[in-house]
Design a protein around this ligand. Structure first.
Ligand SMILES: [Zn+2]
Length: 353
């Protein structure tokens, strides 16, 4: 169970009594969790930008603007990556920690910031140099993503040439995978399990998270399957199925690349599930998507254990759980985004037993 903030000793005891076996949270909770008979998987972000990041640490979009996404900097900013790995080494030393979990090891998605343009990154000199070093074609990638941007955002023609875009997505996958593999080595050296929060597999290619690539390196992958994340001011709903798909719909329609029904057909085809029109999509996706994404994660993420993380305040939580379990999930995790647990968590969890 993932809880933002630090539940009290009493909360942890009660969670244990409700059949919860572990907590995903800060390393400082280790001892308290152990006392309650819970495992602690210590979580952190991958590329935290901090409070006042220098502009040059941030990702650069295809039109040359700096973009802060999910509180993160350019995924190839080496000092940030090194600091991050050192941070995980320190977390591993905290008492009571059974595993380490990395969040945000990826590139920006449509709902990773309030600005839709942050997805069109990263074209900073570091990343351009790295594309070249990896044997990719930085100029072809730049031209491909520039044409994609012009089509989606500037009223340009639909691109005829997509190889640059594919290389851009390959670049994302290679770079995110590198950092995750470095992280997994540290967990192994410390004798701990290595885990990561991942986008739903159907959206993973977009952000550079590949279940096929990472299944051998990670012990556990938590696909984030949040189907009905509520609207909150200033919160883009990053990684949530309803908000990511809603933002993709906006990308496809705002600049006139597609009409609304064409965009909906395209997104439904991509996800393999009939999606509702935008006004409903921003509120929720069909729960069948939880089952489909769980099955795909298990298929592609082997041999890593796949533990879908579900939204604790999902109004149809039982349906989402049933979908994930029918698709083969052996264990589930729950996500609660509140300063502490939401008020009715005991009733919610008791209902799910
Ligand atoms: Zn960069």
């Amino acid at each position: 169970m993932y809880v933002a903030g630090e539940p009290s000793r009493q909360d942890l005891q009660e969670l244990s009594g409700l059949g919860i076996t572990g907590i995903l949270g800060p390393a400082s909770m280790g001892e308290r969790a152990r006392e309650a008979g819970l495992e602690l998987y210590a979580c952190g972000g991958a590329f935290p930008a901090g409070d006042h990041p220098p502009q040059e640490d941030l990702a650069l979009d295809i039109r040359g603007r700096r973009q802060l996404w999910f509180g993160s900097c350019c995924p190839n900013h080496q000092p940030t990556r090194e600091r991050n790995l050192e941070g995980y080494r320190a977390m591993a030393q905290a008492p009571g920690v059974s595993g380490l979990v990395m969040d945000g090891a990826r590139f920006s998605s449509p709902a990773s910031s309030l600005d839709l343009d942050s997805v069109f990154t990263c074209f900073c000199p570091r990343c351009m140099g790295k594309m070249d070093a990896l044997g990719l074609d930085p100029e072809r990638i730049r031209a491909g993503v520039s044409a994609l941007y012009a089509w989606l955002r500037e009223g340009g023609e639909r691109p005829r040439e997509w190889r640059g875009v594919h290389q851009w997505l390959d670049f994302r996958r290679i770079c995110a995978g590198e950092h995750l593999k470095d992280f997994a080595c540290i967990a192994r050296e410390e004798g701990l399990a290595a885990g990561a929060f991942f986008f739903p597999p159907s959206l993973g290619r977009l952000v550079g998270q590949s279940y096929r690539d990472m299944g051998d390196s990670l012990d556990v992958i938590f696909p984030m399957l949040y189907p009905a994340y509520p609207e909150k001011p200033g919160d883009p709903g990053t990684a949530c199925l309803n908000w990511e798909l809603f933002a993709m719909g906006r990308l496809l329609t705002l600049g006139g690349a597609m009409g609304h029904s064409e965009a909906l057909r395209a997104l439904s085809g991509w996800m393999g599930v009939e999606l509702p029109p935008p006004a409903q999509l921003r509120r929720e996706v069909p729960r069948a998507l939880v089952g489909k994404e769980t099955a795909r994660a298990i298929r592609e993420g082997k041999p890593a254990q796949i533990v879908p993380i579900l939204q604790l305040d999902d109004p149809k939580l039982e349906a989402s759980m049933a979908q994930a379990e029918a698709a083969g999930a052996q264990a589930l995790a729950f996500f609660a985004w509140e300063p502490a647990l939401p008020g009715n968590w005991k009733q919610v969890l008791a209902r799910t037993r």
